[in-house]
Ligand binder design. Sequence first.
Ligand SMILES: *Cc1c(COP(=O)(O)O)cnc(C)c1O
Length: 506
Amino acid sequence: MLDHPKDMAPIETFTGNCGLDQEEPLLFEIGRENMTGVDMEEPAPVAARLGALERKERIGLPGLSEPEAMRHYVRLSRKNYSIDAGLYPLGSCTMKHNPRLAEKMARLAGFADIHPLQPQSTAQGALLLMEELSHWLLELTHMSAVALSPKAGAHGELCGLMTIKTAIQMRGEAESRKVVLIPQSAHGTNPASAALLGFEVRAIPAGEDGVVHLDAVAAAVGPDVAAIMLTNPNTCGLFERDVVEIARLVHEAGGYFYCDGANFNAIAGVARPGGMGVDAMHLNLHKTFSTPHGGGGPGAGPVVLSARLAPFAPLPFVIRDGERLRLVEHAEGTQSFGRMTAFHGQMGMFVRALAYILSHGSDGLAQASRDAVLSANYVRASLRDVMTQPFGDRPCMHEVLFDDAWLKGTSVTTLDFAKAMIDEGYHPMTIYFPLVAHGAMLIEPTESESKQSLDQFIATLRSLAESALQGDSRRFASAPRYAPRRRLDETAAARKPVLRWSGTKG
Ligand SMILES: *Cc1c(COP(=O)(O)O)cnc(C)c1O
């Protein structure tokens, strides 16, 4: 609790600093052109050999001393909220603890310093690790083949759909099967991936209980359907109860079942997608198998495939060649559709994922999934008397979805509520997604949090919720008050981004 009077607004400081959290301008604003952090001798004059192409003006890069450069990046890094700083309830993103053991393994020189162009005979350990990781991903999913190279969930979707597209071309149905069925609750990357490959998207409405109903699929499926993309558990945090029957309907119509497996962290070690009729599914290693992600950090989205799709898997893949392991790099003699990336994917992520899988073991992975589900339900059950759930009061999987029905009649919106959480020291939950819930608030606590930590989070949300319901708009209208930046014009930032420094501030 703050010990200054509650109505005291934060003061505007002379420096712009907020306590020991320092304001930090752009490099261009603090740098000087004639400053440098290293002493270098003037180079001897050289004759220009670029014809008329050499630069005439000054290059205009900011120069800083070494301590200035150091402070710039340290200060920026301190504005970056992270899972190592606190609870990070961003639904759909699975921000969970990255065990230091996995980090340590990823830093072993033999993995960290490996180069994709070094001779395969010198990289046998890395290939063995890829083979071992593939084995466990297939074991956990009960599928036939895995493509390791996609570098994110969305990239995995693209890979899976390219595999499906190739299979359909091989069947001679490329012209007649152009539709991909996608439920309205899907992650935006699903329709984007389908559209990128020239498929036409046909939306399937979610039922009143938040899951896809058989009759809706039956009404949409037909001989023009290439595939369905279904997320399970879905983005409302609910298990698609009819998944096996949905797969059967789509298969009967000659289509494939792409499962968005981004939420595999809710079922890993407990349920196997291979038994649900899945043909292709990406796994977000950076969500389920805990590697650092967000803010553009590296991800990895391996795609597991059914026996029907396995022949079309992308290059490269690891095979056994006598005693040795070999990366198959060329499509000749295979039906592979080609490559997703220049090389073989994210080695560092593979190391972390395998370390995570082996250190947990089969019982530990199942426990992590169960604990993630338990945490989400604990939050749900603890707040359901104040906040409302769009699809009724029933258990969820790894994330709990609230809507804004409970805020009706107050002046507080979902956005205000999220901003007020920042003042309380919490990164907000995912808001306004999925689109099927009005004013959605999607909370994914993950298995990382202790009961104490969850209790404090719940008590904070309850306190905010009660303020909102009592008409105390002060905590919300001007929130966040304690963040380095206050309310941003997010629409303008997205529509008219300023991406180039123009020499003047603002
Ligand atoms: C995170 C997520 C994706 C996309 O994964 P990226 O690695 O961010 O590309 C796709 N679908 C769902 C359901 C997700 O949660």
